[in-house]
Write a protein that binds this ligand. Sequence first.
Ligand SMILES: Cc1cc2nc3c(=O)[nH]c(=O)nc-3n(C[C@H](O)[C@H](O)[C@H](O)COP(=O)(O)OP(=O)(O)OC[C@H]3O[C@@H](n4cnc5c(N)ncnc54)[C@H](O)[C@@H]3O)c2cc1C
Length: 375
Amino acid sequence: MKHYEVAIIGGGLAGCSAALHIAKRGVSVVLFERGRCGAQASGVNFGGVRQQGRHPAELPLARRSRGLWDQLPELVGSNCEFVPTGHLKLARTDAEMAELEAYRNMARDFGLELELVGKKRLHEMYPYLGDNLAGGSLCREDGQANPRLVAPAFSRAARRAGADIREMSPVAAATHTGQYFEIKVRDEVVSAAKLINVAGAWGAKVAAWFGDEVEEGVIAPNMCVTEPLPLFMGPNLGVCGGSIYLRQIPHGSVIFGAGMAIADPEKIRARPLAEVTQEGARLAIEMVPRLANALLVRTWTGIEGSIADGIPVFGPSLNVRNLFHAFGFTGHGFQLGPGAGAVLCELALDGETRTAIDGLSIERFQKVASSVGRH
Ligand SMILES: Cc1cc2nc3c(=O)[nH]c(=O)nc-3n(C[C@H](O)[C@H](O)[C@H](O)COP(=O)(O)OP(=O)(O)OC[C@H]3O[C@@H](n4cnc5c(N)ncnc54)[C@H](O)[C@@H]3O)c2cc1C
């Protein structure tokens, strides 16, 4: 039986980043991905690299990850089209403006600087916005990247660093013998001293193999892209309540997301919905009226794990030593991906991390399975 120090289940951005960070420390690591690395949520998302608006429990991880986005060329050999375009969160009412102000004050404690922009200045700075807005909050260091490029770039860099990246390798079962993990993939069983579960929308299923019970639902944000338009948009746009979000990519197309499509994690299928696309287009045009004449060229969606309180399960297992989970990113794990891998590497190799992740612990669900002893 082949033995590794660390095994990873899931080749999304979180898993590929963990593999890279672990391999760079010279430790043996294998990653199992059922399909292709980055083909699920990590490769089909909106591409928002956004810290603004995150739950305070997630901000330390988001801050850690933001530093890594600047280092992509050194880490993976490409910037993956990461551009710090900024992120402008818009308010439609004075009450929403007050929410943005309260968030700005809270975020300062995490070193995240946000600038409030009043109604008059908003329209001077961004004349392409619709006129039903009360103001906004700008995060200059937020931005966007091309999701199709990022996880594959991390997987290639991990392989170059010595990681054993195994695509088309579905893990059918994993157990803990009391000393190490045994992982069954097709006809082979490999063993590992440590196991990282980054299986995305299938993460709770893997966690349940070890008695870590968490309810993970599934969401499928409905995405659309227009034909290329002359460049006009500055920062990515969002709105209080999250009903619509938009960004313009360097070749001119405007990508927007609004509402939810449908997904079936068992069949590994997801598809956008025409009526959701139609309402999304209406909201996009309300926010940016010049989109009224733009042609929509494609719609799509993806399969994303979702936790009821809106934040992921992140950190050590409650039941099994040397098992670490990071799943259920609930629509906002792309920005977190590079940092998630760095923190998982620290947890697995050092037993601790310098990033505050306590608020994301599986402990908040208080469901320790009594049948599975802590090994
Ligand atoms: C349409 C959409 C838009 C989004 N927009 C944004 C955004 O703008 N900004 C943002 O920050 N986040 C966004 N997200 C969320 C973000 O994409 C995800 O949170 C993030 O990519 C999760 O990464 P991951 O590595 O945890 O999971 P995934 O990318 O889902 O990877 C998990 C992998 O595990 C594999 N796997 C599962 N079970 C097994 C098994 N038994 N054996 C082997 N492999 C297995 C799967 O095949 C999959 O490839 C969006 C998500 C979607 C779907």
